[in-house]
Every structure is written in structure tokens, then in C-alpha cells.
Write a protein that binds this ligand. Sequence first.
Ligand SMILES: Cc1cc2nc3c(=O)[nH]c(=O)nc-3n(C[C@H](O)[C@H](O)[C@H](O)COP(=O)(O)O)c2cc1C
Length: 149
Amino acid sequence: MLTNELKEILGSNICYFATSTKDGMPNVIPVGLVEPIDDSRILIVDVKMNKTRKNLRENEMVAIAVTDVEKLRAYQLKGRAKVVTSGDLFERAVKLVKEKMERRRRRLKDKLEKEDDPEIRKKLEEMMKRELTPKAAIIIEVKEIYPCM
Ligand SMILES: Cc1cc2nc3c(=O)[nH]c(=O)nc-3n(C[C@H](O)[C@H](O)[C@H](O)COP(=O)(O)O)c2cc1C
């Protein structure tokens, strides 16, 4: 169901992750710690979620939107989420955070080398020091996929 192309787009772009309360009040957040697991499941790492986690306790139905501006592709996915805080999939989330943080630090370092504005330099330095601790792996079983282009 998840094509190789869609897996690539999900793993390399910022996605927008929508949840809602049991009464249908929506909430949408940007997420970058995203990795397809197989042909029907996606992992998202919770490092800083609040309302999203509360919503998932009440309502497992979720949606994701992702756009790849380079490839001119955009998709909407719908599915069911479950939260995992131990075991193989949680370990996979820990590994993903480590890998993505290393890449992010390298990108920030390159930016810092070219940046002259002291305020932006300060922000970049702070961002480079920041550690992210995985709180949970959110596993989404994808049920529907719609192209948006
Ligand atoms: C570009 C970007 C990517 C982000 N990626 C993640 C992520 O993968 N996991 C996460 O827990 N928070 C991530 N965040 C932070 C959440 O989007 C943010 O903490 C949000 O306010 C949580 O909202 P909530 O309380 O409604 O869940 C990201 C933020 C930005 C700006």
C-alpha cells in the first residue's frame, strides 16, 4: 500500500500529523521524526507531544499530510494509531532520533559557519546543544491514501 516513493517522501519531509478529541476537536502538528516501517505502517516519534498524546488516548483515528516540493508530490493518509513505550518498535524510535539528530547537527553546523547575525547564531548554537528524548513510538496502521496534487 505504501509505495517506495511515498515511503521516501514520508521519511525525508516534514509531515503534518492530525489527531482529534473523542468529540472531534481537531489538532495538527508538524513532525519530522517519521519512518515507514513496512508497506502499511509508519512510525512517528513522540519527543514533545502533549495534546496529540491526550487525543490518542481518546481517539485512535489519525491523518497525516505530507508534501515534497522538489518532486511535486503531496499525499494525505488516514489510519489508526497505537502508542508503544517499550520493545522493538520503541528501540527503533530511539535509533531514528539518534540518526536524525546527528544529521540535523551537521546541517546546523554548516548553517552556523555561514551565519553572521549574532541572534541567529545564538539560536543555532542552542539548537545544536538540544537533546531529544523519545517518550513513545506512535505506530500508524495506514488504511487510506489520497494524492493531493
Ligand atoms: C519542523 C518540526 C518538526 C517537529 N517534529 C516533531 C516530532 O517528530 N516529534 C515530536 O514529538 N515533536 C515534533 N515537533 C514539535 C511538535 O510539533 C510541537 O511540540 C507541538 O507543539 C506539539 O503539539 P501538541 O501538544 O498539540 O501535541 C516538531 C516541530 C517542528 C517545528
